[in-house]
Write a protein that binds this ligand. Structure first.
Ligand code: PCA
Length: 193
């Protein structure tokens, strides 16, 4: 069996839940050839990414799939790229609110996801889950995790990427998606890796 580290986030921005974590806990232990390890991340610049890297190295992950909430999106959106930028319109959970700072000083401008983003989108659509490639993970903690993890594993065999999910129905926000649909989308995505 191969090892897949899948991460979700704690709730933030006044929400009671984060659909990324709610979906993760509903996934089975094993999907195809992957054994899943789940990790819940704080919405903290720097530390969230460090936790992903540390856990991935501890378990010897073959694949890292990070998941986060993207309020306002109506489809599940695998991210194509992480950029070397931190910019926050609201502080993270430690009160840090960077304004146009690099994540890694002198680092590459951007890294592409090393997951098969387009095949993942096609697989989800073929299973009737609304999905779309995203060309921006923003400049908040999700992008911070994606960029830092990609930078760290750039010259390794470890594949990594990020998927943003919409609000779930029980958050009473629009647009939203049923949590079961988000779970199905993530399962299909993992099957397509
Ligand atoms: N979404 C935020 C951070 C945590 C989450 O679930 C983001 O898109 O950056």
């Amino acid at each position: 069996m191969k090892k897949l580290l899948i991460t979700g986030f704690e709730p933030f921005g006044g929400e009671a839940i984060n659909p990324s974590w709610e979906a993760l806990v509903r996934l089975p232990e094993k999907i195809n050839e992957y054994n899943l390890t789940r990790l819940r991340l704080p919405v903290t610049f720097g530390m969230a990414a460090e936790m992903v890297i540390k856990t991935a190295e501890e378990i010897g992950a073959d694949v890292i799939l990070c998941v986060g909430q993207a309020g306002g999106r109506s489809a599940i959106t695998p991210e194509l790229v992480g950029i070397n930028l931190r910019h926050a319109t609201t502080p993270d959970d430690k009160g840090y609110q960077p304004q146009d700072e690099p994540i890694i000083v002198g680092g590459a401008t951007a890294y592409f996801s090393t997951l098969p983003v387009r095949s993942i989108v096609e697989a989800m659509r073929a299973s009737d889950v609304p999905a779309q490639v995203s060309y921006s993970a923003g400049a908040y903690v999700c992008n911070d995790v994606l960029y830092t993890v990609l930078a760290h594993f750039q010259d390794s065999e470890v594949k990594a990427g990020f998927i943003h999910v919409p609000y779930s129905d029980d958050q009473n926000k629009e647009p939203s998606m049923a949590i079961e649909q988000i779970v199905k989308g993530l399962r299909v995505a993992i099957e397509a890796i």
